[in-house]
Design a protein around this ligand. Structure first.
Ligand SMILES: Cc1ncc(C[n+]2csc(CCOP(=O)(O)OP(=O)(O)O)c2C)c(N)n1
Ligand code: SF4
Length: 271
């Protein structure tokens, strides 16, 4: 049996997550991924913002930084610059990464800095009680949109792809083994890597949107998350309401800290 306890801070348990929250599955998938990759705890740093998702950083027994709401990518950029050899992993929510932290997100992607960003997308601000987020679907109810959200949502994987990320994937907590593989690939990739993880929030989102039961939310993921290859063969009509999952972008591009190092070296030669 897999020994999760090697990688967690037992003193910080029990965790804060509600029953049926998907975030614990992301934590387990991450732990399995670093175990598979043989990454020692001293070689990795997890950086988080604020939110239920961001609490992950309190539970993993590697180097961790629990920072301020929206700023995890900015802190992670500093860590990576200070020591480019480290694996720097950001854990963040859809609100943390794409509302208050939206600028950090797109500019880190544009620079293609070697960070791995796991975005727990539950379509809502979970920690603060269910306010609308940039990924809340049109028509969905939130505490700030009690009659249905009128804003169009961001496609957060699409945003990273368009901004220049070198690896973008989407997974979900129902398909946990696939998720573990996506996280593994993202950590291995040099460059800005994003895994958008659909991780349901029964408490703040499900209860307002006729999916109060965690089982219903998991069944929804099971039925609507479609692997890329299968999705590509589907007609427009069949694609309606379905979510494409798997590796969406995997390209080679110059990485920011390496480019910076080259520039510094060239200046020293000249100097
Ligand atoms: C500067 C600042 N603004 C607002 C907050 C309040 N706040 C804490 S967490 C949060 C949103 C969390 O939502 P998300 O990032 O989607 O994570 P989740 O809790 O859903 O996992 C907000 C608005 C804060 N802590 N700091
Ligand atoms: S409020 Fe939602 S996101 Fe936060 S722990 Fe509960 S179920 Fe998870």
């Amino acid at each position: 049996m897999f020994d999760y306890l090697t990688y967690v801070r037992e003193g910080n348990f029990p965790h804060i997550w509600c029953s049926g929250c998907g975030h614990g599955i992301v934590l387990k998938s991450f732990i399995r991924a670093i175990d598979k990759l043989g990454i020692h705890r001293d070689e990795a740093v997890m950086v988080s913002g604020i939110g239920c998702s961001s609490r992950t950083a309190g539970y993993v027994d590697i180097n961790t930084l629990h920072t301020t709401h929206g700023r995890a990518i900015a802190f992670a950029t500093g860590v990576k610059f200070a020591n480019p050899k480290l694996h720097v992993i950001v854990v963040t929510g859809d609100g943390d990464a794409t509302a208050i932290g939206g600028n950090h997100y797109i500019h880190a992607a544009r620079r293609n800095i070697d960070l791995t960003v796991l975005i727990y997308n539950n379509y809502i601000y979970g920690m603060t009680g269910g306010q609308v987020s940039p990924t809340t679907p049109r028509g969905a109810r939130a505490s700030t949109s009690p009659f249905g959200n009128i804003e169009p949502p961001f496609n957060i994987s699409g945003l990273a792809s368009a901004a220049g990320a070198s690896f973008v994937a989407r997974g979900d907590v129902y398909h946990a083994q696939k998720l573990e593989k996506l996280i593994t690939q993202a950590i291995q990739k040099k460059g800005f890597s994003v895994v958008e993880v659909l991780s349901p929030c029964p408490t703040a989102y499900g209860r307002r949107n006729r999916m109060a039961s965690p089982v219903t939310l998991m069944e929804w993921l099971r039925d609507n998350c479609i692997p890329v290859k299968k999705y590509e063969k589907m007609s427009e009509e069949e694609r309606s309401g379905k979510i494409r999952t798997g590796v969406l972008i995997d390209i080679e591009k110059p990485e920011f800290t390496e480019e910076y190092r080259k520039l510094v070296d060239s200046m020293q030669v000249r100097g």
